[in-house]
Design a protein around this ligand. Structure first.
Ligand code: FES
Length: 121
């Protein structure tokens, strides 16, 4: 039986060829942007929204990782996040998390598997 919660994001190969992708989605009926990337071989997705001052991580630069490649980094004020958990590592918002979005890899395709998510136009 088809699972309506599975929505194709891209192929794994497409994601391997770039540092990240963004997708316009609706999550819990709100239009938001998602960031999708591969870190240490695993695909992750988060809503592209820094809790500090409510900006997208790539608002000032076309990048979501810091120079070490070990942390996600908001380009507005430089707060960093654990790519595996979305947890902020910077003092002001320490421990707060980016909203994670569930992904699954199915036959080389990266798919959202969130119930309350719809792909944007
Ligand atoms: S808005 Fe992201 S670090 Fe300030």
């Amino acid at each position: 039986m088809a699972n309506d919660n599975i929505k194709l994001v891209c192929t794994r190969q497409e994601l391997l060829e770039t540092s990240y992708l963004t997708r316009e989605i609706s999550f819990k009926k709100k239009p938001v942007s998602a960031i999708i990337f591969i870190f240490e071989g695993i695909a992750y997705a988060y809503i592209n929204h820094c809790m500090h001052m409510h900006r997208p991580l790539n608002c000032e630069q076309d990048a979501i990782f810091d120079e070490t490649g070990k942390y996600l980094r908001c380009s507005m004020h430089g707060f960093i996040f654990d790519p595996k958990t979305g947890e902020c590592q910077s003092p002001v918002c320490y421990g707060q998390r980016l909203q994670a979005l569930r992904l699954e890899e199915i036959d080389g395709n990266i798919c959202f598997t969130e119930k309350h998510l719809a792909l944007g136009e």
